[in-house]
Design a protein around this ligand. Structure first.
Ligand code: URA
Length: 440
């Protein structure tokens, strides 16, 4: 088989055979197919799409391209959660301990932030001493004794996806439904959970800008999961404004603790409860109504927070830093970003809010860059809020004035202030499962 013919076939709109897809994925994983040919096929897929069978074949081939984790030493139904990426999304820090505090094991592999989106590993590593690099034995031990653990992806999980993702990132081929669906689901399948909850973000801070695009992506991922025997559910949630108030690693740890104390922002708390309820329901703890009450109860009685402290301690972190926030990394400087006019926050360019946090030092521009765990943003005003000229829109944190200047410029330009009130934004748009689409 020749890669040239596979590219030509997809360029001309043909359906690829299973053999052609496997040939491509194996060649990418072994390095036999050069980057330029792999990138050319990604562009052909981006332009001409893939049908459900091609997408499932691509996913399974990528899942099989490296290690597959066997979670069977952990008793119980293991439910994984995955967000398609957003700004201010610290839900894993809340949801994993909430669910684990009800006896549902969470053995989670998470990623780092890249581009404008944050990553759970970076947030957890803002906690002094916390290690996301446990070996497999210790990972299982923590899940079996504490109930939850969050680590980085093991070295050889989905190597084909690793190569392709890096190529797609620099060849404008990220936001293609078959390519995103296969990239995410190959990693989820290889990570071994019995059931998968997907949080598909939509809006100005997400890959999918509209609910309809997000539903299409969700349908593709649910159908792949079900095809390989993993019960898969997707929630379509809002990312047209950042989630909660904090953007930046240590700041987001503080906000996650606030949610578990019952003092979190309303939007973030609502999303965390809904995600936890869906995970609990997938683990057989009851219907969604019952599971929402269970999740809320674990916030009220403090057991979710206690579980987070146990997990932090088991992974080498200092649990006292979640009780005394002065033990978390502290920023050098703070500045208030003030409104240039009176009115209502009509919209927020959420991607730009994420880029502002990166510019403050809270994220990486290149993979190898260091990170300032204390840097970031606390939003005082969000979409719909009233603001007077000169009042504070947000507080920004960074190590020096240069970072503050760049962060302020970007963040101020992310706010659109008008006289009129914007339409109310929902937190949830739809729930997609094997039984269909339920709109909220
Ligand atoms: N996240 C992934 O893991 N892959 C994609 O393609 C997009 C988001």
């Amino acid at each position: 088989m020749r890669m040239f013919d596979v590219i030509e076939a997809k360029r001309d709109g043909a359906v690829l055979s299973d053999e052609e897809i496997r040939f491509f994925v194996e060649g990418v994983a072994t390095g036999e197919i050069p980057d330029y040919q792999a990138a050319a096929l990604c562009m052909a897929i981006y332009l001409n799409g893939m049908n459900a069978h091609e997408t499932a074949t691509l996913t399974l081939a990528m899942a099989a391209s490296g290690d597959q984790v066997d979670l069977s030493p952990i008793p119980g139904i293991k439910v994984d959660k995955h967000s398609t990426g957003g700004v201010g999304d610290k839900t894993t820090l809340v949801v994993a301990p909430l669910v684990a505090s009800l006896g549902v094991p969470v053995a989670k592999m998470s990623g780092r932030g890249l581009g404008h989106t944050g990553g759970t590993l970076d947030k957890l590593e803002a906690i002094p001493g916390f290690s996301t690099a446990l070996d497999r034995e210790r990972f299982f031990e923590v899940v079996n004794t504490v109930g939850c653990a969050v680590i980085g992806q093991t070295g050889n999980l989905c190597p084909a996806d690793k190569q392709l993702y890096a190529l797609r990132d620099v060849t404008a081929t990220i936001d293609s439904i078959p390519l995103i669906a296969s990239s995410i689901m190959s990693k989820k399948i290889a990570a071994g959970a019995d059931a998968i909850l997907l949080d598909v973000k939509c809006g100005s801070g997400a890959f999918m800008k509209t609910p309809e695009q997000a539903i299409e992506l969700a349908k593709a991922m649910v159908s792949i999961g079900e095809e390989v025997g993993r019960t898969t559910v997707a929630l379509i949630t809002d990312m047209d404004r950042p989630l909660g108030k904090a953007i930046g690693n240590a700041l987001e740890v503080v906000e996650a603790v606030r949610v578990l104390e019952g003092r979190g922002a309303e939007d973030l708390t609502a999303v965390c409860v809904e995600l936890a309820a869906n995970m609990l329901s997938l683990a057989g703890k009851g219907d969604l109504v019952a599971c929402r009450s269970l999740a809320e109860r674990q916030i009220e009685n403090g057991e979710g927070l206690a579980k987070l402290l146990q997990m932090v301690e088991a992974q080498g972190g200092n649990p006292h830093s979640l009780e005394d926030f002065s033990l978390l990394p502290q920023p050098g400087l703070m500045r208030e970003v003030r409104s240039a006019r009176s009115g209502r926050v009509f919209s927020m360019n959420t991607e730009r809010c994420g880029i502002a946090s990166v510019a403050l030092g809270g994220g990486r521009i290149r993979k190898e860059d260091g990170i300032d765990y204390a840097a970031g943003i606390v939003l005082e005003r969000k979409t719909g809020d009233r603001v007077e000229v000169g009042e504070t829109l947000a507080r920004i944190y960074a190590a020096d004035e240069d970072h503050l200047d760049e962060g302020e410029r970007l963040l101020a330009s992310a706010y659109e202030i008008r006289d009129e009130k914007p339409a109310e934004l929902p937190h949830f748009f739809a729930r997609v499962s094997s039984s269909g689409i339920d709109r909220y």
